[in-house]
Design a protein. Structure first.
Length: 216
């Protein structure tokens, strides 16, 4: 286990993407990633060049360094609404790349506090046991170590041969989502994702509804 958990931010919102869109959740965003430094001057040579998330440092709301799993869980618990303190508690561990830090001990501590634990990972690190909802989002040419889970969510289109949908559709996931790449060609990318899903019905469309609704 890391000596400390380094967290960019902890906040309460609605899940915006994928199969659990619309579900209230505490987002626990760990700092750091293994595919990009998070600094713009390094984006051009990053494995993942299209990341839209701020995950550097601990300066976000609720961010900081947490010395023990209990300290981390206490911070997550404080973000859940007090009036409904023990009902349907759900935490989404994300990043950056959460599996650089999230370990079985922290997952057990979150479970002990009544949280269902979701994880959004790039799939380059094998997941520890105990995760309740695992979403893998492959990035570019990065090798996939985690080849099973609840949800595979592929940003589309990606130029790399290793990141084409047909590469993943035989893997052991329950749900397969294409999410349009949010860049200057977003409308065109959305149309391409729709067309691919219509032609390949194993895939469903995932929209970043938090952006459409203007929520974090």
């Amino acid at each position: 286990r890391p000596m400390t958990y380094t967290v960019r931010e902890i906040y309460y919102t609605l899940q915006g993407e994928g199969a659990r869109t619309g579900r209230p959740a505490v987002f626990l965003r760990f700092a750091g990633c293994n595919l990009w430094s998070g600094r713009e001057q390094h984006r051009a040579e990053a494995v993942c060049r299209f990341c839209d998330t701020e995950f550097v440092g601990t300066g976000g709301p609720g961010g900081g360094k947490f010395a023990t799993p209990r300290d981390l869980v206490d911070a997550v618990s404080r973000a859940w609404p007090a009036a409904d303190v023990h009902r349907n508690r759900y935490v989404v561990c994300t990043g950056g790349e959460p599996l650089l830090q999230l370990d079985a001990t922290a997952i057990e501590a979150l479970h002990a506090a009544g949280f269902e634990v979701g994880v959004e990972t790039n799939g380059t690190i094998a997941a520890p046991p105990g995760i309740d909802w695992l979403c893998v989002s492959p990035k570019g040419s990065a090798a996939l170590e985690q080849t099973s889970g609840d949800e595979l969510k592929l940003v589309y289109p990606q130029v790399e041969d290793d990141a084409q949908p047909e590469r993943f559709e035989a893997l052991a996931f329950t749900h397969f989502y294409l999410q349009p790449l949010d860049d200057e060609r977003r409308d065109e990318n959305t149309r391409a994702a729709i067309d691919y899903c219509l032609a390949h019905p194993r895939w469903q469309l995932s929209l970043q509804t938090h952006k459409l609704l203007g929520i974090d």
